[in-house]
Design a protein around this ligand. Structure first.
Ligand SMILES: Cc1cc2nc3c(=O)[nH]c(=O)nc-3n(C[C@H](O)[C@H](O)[C@H](O)COP(=O)(O)OP(=O)(O)OC[C@H]3O[C@@H](n4cnc5c(N)ncnc54)[C@H](O)[C@@H]3O)c2cc1C
Length: 833
């Protein structure tokens, strides 16, 4: 057996096989795959094999689309037919809200090049008369997807991988990982069948691998323990049942083709044909998590007993939708472990804190996602970056705060939510509140409706006092939900008066040491600020795209305070820490990186009256001038005292109004909150949530990380030239220059529907040609209409260009504005006083 390889893939399910195949196809000629049992013996063998293209996430839509296209050509390469039945996929809607959801999704589909059609209930009935349609609003139909045999497609990928030189070894279990500074030493134990069990033998080898990818399916918890990581991939039970032949279906098929995969999302199931009968796959309530602490040795390619009672509701609704199925009996059933993560996206990418260790875990639609995951992960490993931004799948989107209990309960919730309406303003309730800043209770008492960011509770908006428990849930809509009026009033308060925003969830890092200045100068693309000043700057990927946005405060010669997006603490920390280690190895100079996120609370006070509120509580020999432009200029930072609270105040406002961020010791947060609230009362200060802030920043064309800013565009394409210092050398610079300007970030004012704003997923059109997409959307109080930001070809980026935004399947007028349409000269931010 080979004991030295470039890349070792652990796990021979659909995902592992695809990764091995794509690594070889991307040019790595020394790849090995290890499987503890037989290929496909994990979840892959009992999957139903559906390949739904529908997905609300941009990256996942790309991944699924790649898989569907790839599986269609695999037979030509390998000679193996994986049984891909391209029967199409009909997603039905019982309500207008569901149609709204499909129309929002359709924009994402268009931008990823996924074809779809709209069907009326009458058209559905005409084509598939066995389907009851009188209570339907319509459906979205994907003609290009269908279902495949999961085991066969895995075998085809494995054959393709072998043809490209991959070595596949079965009956070898990975039992230990050790990084020797250059490579992984992977301890593997030979397994054997004994009395129906899979047992470990005495035989062991150590394989040295430069890179390791784990794709261990339901065994992710064991993998996590071996690596000393936390991986929130825990399976949940998932069942599907197979009926006896349905005579009506058998009769219909004598003269017609196969039904598409039918999905009645409001009834929470999918149905497809199977040998004259039907397969029903429900996503029912109360499906339990399994194997929280690992898969027992006794569980091999096994199943759980069917729990028919749990799926009774969905079963009855299938009979309602396909009345002929009422009389047919059950032929077979499957209840297997299906891996989930708290947000339903798999965990794909570099493992936190480890070198050359890649995770591909937590797949709930793993047959659909396998092809694309292999393709894009191989790009990341071989080229450094994938062509799409894989951040939404990054394993580091969960921090060390994540526990087994959290993952298990969240994963159960995620399963239960597969077919709920996926409102963009959705907030899921399980495991909350968990991470709360001290002022949480005070904010809750004032009507805060919270969202969860990286586990933190953060006010989205302040609703009516004494609102019932379901107020936020009932407010959600694909149009302007009931929460909209509160966000609108909050945004107005900041433009006209003063508002206070809780920004405690921000990621905060302290970077210090003799090498700190040299390191940050190389790591980020803008000039470093002088002591007491701040700058906005970007860390780039090796491909020249945006990895992280930082507000960087220089506190001393070699001490910096870095603030970045709250959702991405571990993601940012890992990149920063690894880059600092590399720098120290190269230069021998010390760089100390500390994550101080939970030590500092942050309130952002903003609005023309914000200075007046602060003056009332500021302790200074001359409070009247302490916040003036002279003593506290825009883009500077000062240690100030607000009452008894020592505060690092930073004169910036993400809302684009006069304002300060008040970074304070977290244990004094309630004191500071009360102080500011009392002082603010005299000026009509309003508590403001994240939704209003998101609208306001678009009026200033402030890009947000995760929307405008990501690993698929360079800072130059994002239009951030003024924050890029081309006179210095920085990481990713040449790659950024080499990429040029492929598309450009623009701000648009939109004459949209009266009852809706864009969400930031909508397709952009020039006439009838699709030319780009929105990445953010919302409402502008300054202009009294919808606003959005997005990317278009450079020749369409000039202010005044007339475009269209697709919302609810209609094209609405939009105009590209100059950057920062509200207060383009920053006069209000620089207001003196
Ligand atoms: C009832 C049911 C129906 C489903 N239907 C669909 C569907 O229609 N469409 C769809 O896309 N998805 C479906 N799924 C989900 C799908 O089955 C999974 O997402 C997919 O199989 C995951 O593939 P994988 O390669 O990640 O994991 P697995 O198939 O579980 O493979 C992991 C492999 O890793 C091996 N392994 C683990 N640890 C080690 C180790 N230490 N050393 C060596 N080997 C190791 C295991 O033995 C296993 O073979 C369904 C799931 C269920 C339960």
């Amino acid at each position: 057996m080979k004991t030295e390889v470039k890349a070792l893939v652990v796990g021979g399910g659909a995902v592992g096989a695809s990764i091995a195949y794509h690594l070889a196809r991307a040019g790595w000629d020394d790849v090995m795959l290890l499987e503890r049992d037989e290929l496909t013996s994990g979840s892959t063998w009992h999957a139903a094999g559906l390949l739904p293209l529908f997905n609300m996430s941009y990256a996942t839509t790309h991944i699924h689309k790649y898989s569907v296209d790839f599986y269609k050509m695999l037979e030509a390469e390998t000679g193996l037919n994986a049984g891909f039945s391209v029967v199409g996929n009909l997603r039905m809607a019982q309500t207008q809200a569901r149609m709204d959801e499909y129309m929002l999704y359709a924009s994402t589909a268009e931008t990823a090049g996924v074809p779809y059609e709209w069907l009326t209930p009458a058209q559905i009935k005409e084509r598939w008369p066995l389907v009851r349609t009188e209570d339907l609003k319509g459906a979205i139909y994907h003609p290009t997807d269908g279902y495949i045999n999961p085991a066969d497609v895995t075998m085809a990928m494995a054959k393709g991988a072998r043809q490209r030189g991959v070595v596949i070894e079965r009956k070898w279990q990975v039992d230990g990982y050790r990084w020797n500074g250059q490579a992984w030493e992977v301890t593997c134990t030979r397994t054997a069948d004994k009395g129906g069990n899979l047992i470990a033998t005495e035989e062991q080898v150590v394989i040295t691998a430069e890179h390791v990818v784990t794709a261990t399916g339901n065994h992710a918890q064991r993998t996590a323990r071996l690596l000393g990581l936390k991986i929130p991939a825990i399976p949940v039970e998932h069942q599907f049942i197979v009926t006896e032949p349905d005579p009506a279906l058998v009769e219909y098929r004598k003269t017609h083709g196969e039904h598409p995969v039918l999905r009645d999302a409001d009834a929470k199931w999918y149905v497809r044909e199977e040998r004259g009968g039907w397969i029903l796959g429900p996503y029912e309530r109360n499906a339990p998590a399994r194997f929280e602490y690992g898969v027992p040795d006794s569980f091999r390619a096994d199943l759980f007993p069917l729990d028919l009672e749990r799926i009774e509701e969905e079963y009855m609704s299938m009979i309602h939708r396909i009345p002929s199925s009422e009389t047919v009996g059950l032929k077979d059933d499957f209840n297997g472990p299906i891996c989930y993560t708290p947000d339903g996206n798999p965990l794909v990418g570099p493992a936190p804190g480890l070198r050359n260790m890649w995770l591909a875990e937590g797949f709930s639609f793993g047959i659909t996602a396998a092809g694309g995951t292999g393709y894009y992960l191989a790009q990341m490993m071989v080229d450094g970056e994938a062509e799409i931004d894989m951040a939404s799948l990054d394993p580091k989107r969960y921090g060390r705060w994540m526990t087994t209990e959290y993952a298990a309960r969240k994963n159960e919730e995620c399963y239960d939510h597969v077919y709920i309406l996926h409102h963009p303003d959705e907030e899921r309730p399980a495991c909350r509140p968990l991470r709360t800043a001290p002022a949480y209770d005070r904010q809750a008492a004032r009507g805060a409706q919270f969202g969860q960011v990286n586990g933190w509770e953060r006010p989205n908006y302040f609703g009516p006092l004494g609102a019932h428990d379901n107020f936020d849930h009932d407010s959600r809509s694909f149009r302007r939900g009931d929460w909209w009026q509160y966000a609108e009033a909050e945004a107005r308060a900041i433009r006209e008066g003063v508002g206070l925003i809780d920004a405690t969830a921000f990621a905060k890092h302290r970077v210090s040491g003799a090498g700190a200045t040299e390191f940050l100068d190389w790591f980020t693309c803008n000039k470093l600020p002088r002591i007491g000043r701040i700058n906005l700057t970007y860390a780039l990927t090796s491909a020249g795209t945006t990895r992280t946005e930082y507000t960087i405060v220089r506190q001393h010669e070699n001490v910096y305070y870095l603030v970045s997006a709250g959702a991405w603490v571990t993601y940012d920390a890992d990149y920063l820490q690894k880059a600092a280690e590399d720098f120290m190895d190269r230069t021998g100079k010390l760089v100390l990186v500390q994550d101080v996120t939970t030590q500092w609370g942050v309130f952002a006070i903003a609005g023309p009256k914000s200075r007046d509120v602060l003056k009332a509580v500021l302790k200074d020999a001359d409070p009247d001038t302490a916040l003036s432009n002279k003593r506290f200029p825009w883009l500077s930072a000062r240690e100030i005292e607000l009452g008894m609270c020592p505060t690092m105040a930073i004169r910036v406002a993400y809302t684009g109004e006069l304002g300060w961020e008040l970074h304070h010791p977290i244990e004094m947060q309630n004191y500071l909150f009360d102080l500011l609230e009392n002082a603010g009362a005299a000026h009509g200060m309003k508590l403001v949530g994240a939704r209003a802030q998101n609208w306001l920043r678009q009026e200033k064309s402030y890009r947000a990380f995760g929307t405008e800013l990501g690993r698929d565009a360079t800072p130059a394409e994002a239009g951030l030239d003024r924050f890029i210092d081309l006179d210095k050398n920085f990481f990713g610079k040449q790659a950024m220059l080499d990429l040029g300007i492929r598309s450009k970030c623009v701000t648009l004012l939109i004459d949209g529907p009266e009852d809706a704003d864009p969400w930031g997923r909508e397709a952009l059109y020039d006439g009838n040609t699709r030319v780009g997409r929105l990445t953010s959307g919302g409402y502008s109080v300054a202009f009294g209409k919808s606003i959005g930001m997005g990317y278009v070809a450079p020749d369409l980026a000039a202010p005044g260009t007339r475009l269209k935004v697709k919302m609810f399947d209609q094209l609405w007028d939009a105009e590209v504005t100059e950057d920062s349409p509200y207060d383009p000269t920053n006069a209000t931010i620089r207001l003196n006083g």
